[in-house]
Design a protein around this ligand. Sequence first.
Ligand code: G3P
Length: 217
Amino acid sequence: MKFFVDTADVSEISAMAQTGLLDGVTTNPSLIAKSGRKMAEVIAEICALTTGPVSAEVTATDYETMLAEGRYLRGIATNVCVKVPLTEAGLRTCRALADDGTLVNVTLCFSAVQALLAAKAGAAFISPFVGRLDDIGQDGMTLIADIVQIYRNYGFATEILVASGRHPVHVLAAAKLGAHVATMAPSTIRALFKHPLTERGLEAFLADWKKTGQSIL
Ligand code: G3P
């Protein structure tokens, strides 16, 4: 399973890249706004920190302007993945960019039939938002299970990128279902490392080791 980090904070991405566990980055207009930086500048910096795909989202809503924005964004670096919303114009843009060899991430997916359309439009990634579905009392993971089944039925190459994951249980459930990618806030990735028994066990080992008076080096 690939791990992407969902942020436009360059220092956080740099720290995540150092773990050796980072496979890519996702951003969205809200995350770019939160960074307070110019989009082209921050995307270029992020692309230099990872060889994996870096999602940069268009902000137009009509096909012609979305396509122009997508072409501009993919020119920033070879690992830019253009993100488009799951609308009719967005999927038309997806098809045009995919036919030119551009990686496209179709975002704001909330139903399995939307995911089916994105795969047919040649998306490299589909981003179902599990946390936002949970927020309104629907089960985000049921959507992931449905998409996994549909994509398997037809052999689609589109990768399922579980987005809006809020905690380690989302990552566990997505991995059990065989989703290809999970994108997470840096705090969620850090939470994956943690277990109270690991901490308690390490404390005990170190206390016993100290009693020996030895040192390995
Ligand atoms: O980048 C898309 C998605 O991961 C956003 O998550 O937490 O704003 O619902 P969230």
